[in-house]
Design a protein around this ligand. Structure first.
Ligand SMILES: C[S@@+](CC[C@H](N)C(=O)[O-])C[C@H]1O[C@@H](n2cnc3c(N)ncnc32)[C@H](O)[C@@H]1O
Length: 618
């Protein structure tokens, strides 16, 4: 039995979950969906199964009394439940997990309203492929609309729609807990929608952007909401432990900002791995995977990309139009902007840039003291160069570097302003920086001048670390081998947890750690060692605010869930305090000083999060 409704029996009731072995424990809502039967506890502490509230259905085979039935079509009379896709347990921080959390929140809201709308669950679900009208209620943290068909409580996930829209959709799939529809058209626009803002002819089909119909200030407000929800749904912290989320800082460029695109094309039709070699009979679609199908959408232009990258796309299309017959497999093409900066008045080698870029003339950007020549690289192993204020960064063109150069000056300035704790007459001064997941040294290098004791970066990608060392030298920093008075930056190519073997000389009271892990966040081994090292301050940067919220929750509680063996984490700070720490060390916990988003990806549903944490010294 799985009951998907919650009813509070009295104002003093608390919600708790019970697992299959009847072991009583508190757990977050997402666990409730996947693993537990939900029960409620009356004020006297007696555990009883929750009364199922008929209006809160997400699956009509689960809730007694639910009336929803498959109406079917002439060819298929299977009961509807057999047509639902079973929800798999989504990966932590994945699109599906984030979406599910929002769906559950909306279900709970609808449950609260159900008394006013008793008939709503009786409606039959429409058959797949049918076209229906839905009203969009919310924007999910994945950038999709969450909508309802009038008279039903079934939630539809609809891309390219915003709250207040009534849209026509084609029902694509019914999942266990929600349905998915393809966007067809807007029937009644939301007051927030203005389609004249849309600058891309592929908007509504391409999966790259979700927000082009929204005013930019509204996009930033929505991104703040995403951060708020991330900490509410994934940090597992009591609300009073999370400060008010600050406003999202916008990107100086709202279009024309992406310095990297990777369009692709599929292999020739009929090509088999071990079969005879076949090639494309005509130029294949070359672009991105659209929202609704797996077939590549042919893309001629992408207005969120920089001018140099847009030119690169045109040039690669022209090349492919000639060379498509030579490809027997699909391929992804790199388009990466690279900048050559020539000081004004330079002569000789430095001035010869205008002819570089071969047949494609570079994009020329003139400033007071220099001119930038921007070209597009397509070779993964070539070196790309970009500037952040006066810092210069080189990278293997195919390796990670932030994709929106326009926001990097205000972003790195913000980090500089917040990386040190407020001055204190009693605390030791901060001297050292550890940059975990450093890539080619973005933070190590732009922050090095604040750390007289030295900075150390670590990244698993050896190539990025090679370039980080070169970048340190290019920016006038020392690798520590000579005592030349410059700030010292060292780099290690290794898995992040190995870092802690190399920093024994750093006094944690004098050290700040910057973390900028990949989307999946930090692993348990890293977080355990970080808590053991206990730096005075942590600056956590992430392109996935959901895994960031999860990891920040761990640092605030001072406890990594389950140690080596993964177990559900405690629900709130009080549980954490009551549960003994796993190490003999004095428990270390952090306070969240601030959290805010930066809009690295305008027009999309993505937001970069920056959380500043300070160690609680007791
Ligand atoms: C989001 S990028 C940040 C890079 C850098 N901070 C920047 O802004 O340019 C994440 C980085 O983590 C690195 N990485 C991924 N897994 C890692 C691991 N287990 N240990 C160390 N670095 C890792 C990747 O190579 C990548 O450079």
């Amino acid at each position: 039995m799985r009951i998907t409704s919650i009813k509070l029996l009295s104002p003093s009731s608390s919600l708790r979950l019970i697992n299959r072995t009847n072991q009583f424990r508190a757990a977050p809502r997402l666990w409730a969906r996947n693993y537990f039967a939900m029960v409620s506890i009356e004020g006297d502490g007696a555990v009883k199964p929750a009364q199922a509230a008929p209006a809160v259905t997400t699956s009509n085979d689960l809730v007694p009394g639910a009336k929803r039935q498959y109406t079917g079509n002439a060819h298929n009379k299977k009961p509807f439940k057999k047509q639902r896709r079973k929800d798999k347990k989504p990966a932590e921080g994945s699109h599906d997990e984030v979406l599910m959390a929002d769906i559950i929140e909306l279900e709970e809201k609808l449950a609260a309203q159900k008394l006013a709308d008793e008939d709503a669950t009786a409606a039959a679900l429409p058959e797949q492929g049918s076209e229906i009208e839905v009203d969009v209620m919310e924007l999910s943290s994945t950038g999709e609309g969450l909508a309802l068909q009038r008279g039903s409580h079934q939630i539809y996930v609809v891309p390219f729609s915003i709250p207040g829209d009534t849209v026509k959709i084609k029902v694509y799939r019914h999942n266990e807990h929600h349905s998915v529809g393809d966007f067809i058209s807007v029937i009644k626009p939301s007051p927030l929608r203005d389609d004249s803002r849309i600058q891309c002819k592929y908007f509504g089909v391409c999966s790259g952007c979700q927000f082009q119909m929204l005013d930019y200030a509204e996009q930033l407000r929505r991104k703040r909401d995403i951060v708020v929800k991330a900490y509410r749904n994934f940090s597992q912290l009591a609300p009073e432990l999370v400060p008010e989320i600050l406003d999202t800082i916008g990107s100086p460029l709202e279009y024309g900002y992406r310095t990297k695109l990777t369009p692709h094309f599929d292999g020739p039709p009929g090509a088999q791995r071990r079969g005879p070699k076949v090639t494309h009979p005509e130029m294949p679609p070359f672009g991105f995977t659209p929202k609704a199908t797996r077939k590549v959408l042919d893309i001629e232009d992408c207005p969120i990309a920089t001018d140099a990258v847009r030119k690169g796309l045109v040039a690669e299309r022209a090349r492919l139009a000639v060379e498509y017959g030579t490809y027997s497999k699909g391929a992804t093409i790199l388009l990466r902007e690279s900048t050559k900066r020539v000081p004004n008045g330079a002569t000789g080698e430095d001035a010869r840039t205008e002819t570089e870029g071969g047949i494609i003339p570079p994009i020329v950007v003139e400033a007071d003291t220099f001119t930038d020549y921007k070209t597009c690289i397509t070779d993964n192993n070539a070196t790309s160069t970009e500037y952040i204020d006066d810092f210069v960064f080189t990278n293997p063109a195919g390796s990670f570097f932030q994709n929106n150069n326009s926001i990097l000056p205000p972003f790195t300035e913000y980090i500089r302003e917040h990386i040190l704790p407020p001055a204190s007459p009693t605390a030791k001064p901060i001297r050292n920086l550890i940059d975990a997941y450093s890539g080619s040294g973005l933070f190590t290098i732009t922050q090095a001048s604040l750390f007289p004791g030295g900075s150390i970066g670590i990244d698993i990608a050896e190539k990025s670390i090679d370039y980080a060392r070169k970048n340190a030298a290019l920016n006038g920093l020392s690798d520590g081998s000579s005592n030349d008075g410059k700030p010292i930056c060292k780099f290690i190519a290794a898995d992040a947890p190995a870092l802690f073997k190399s920093v024994s000389q750093y006094d944690p009271d004098e050290t700040v750690v910057v973390l900028d892990p990949p989307r999946k966040g930090c692993d348990h081994s890293f977080l355990t060692q970080l808590l053991k090292f206990a730096p005075r301050r942590i600056v956590y940067v992430s392109c996935n605010v959901h895994t960031q919220a999860r990891d920040v929750g761990v640092l605030v509680r001072g406890q990594v869930p389950g140690g080596a063996k993964k177990q559900p984490p405690p629900v709130d700070a009080f549980d954490a305090i009551l549960t003994p720490a796993e190490t003999d060390q004095k428990p270390v916990r952090y306070d969240i000083e601030s959290i805010r988003g930066f809009d690295f990806f305008p027009q999309t549903g993505h937001v970069e999060g920056v959380a500043i944490l300070s160690r609680i010294d007791v």
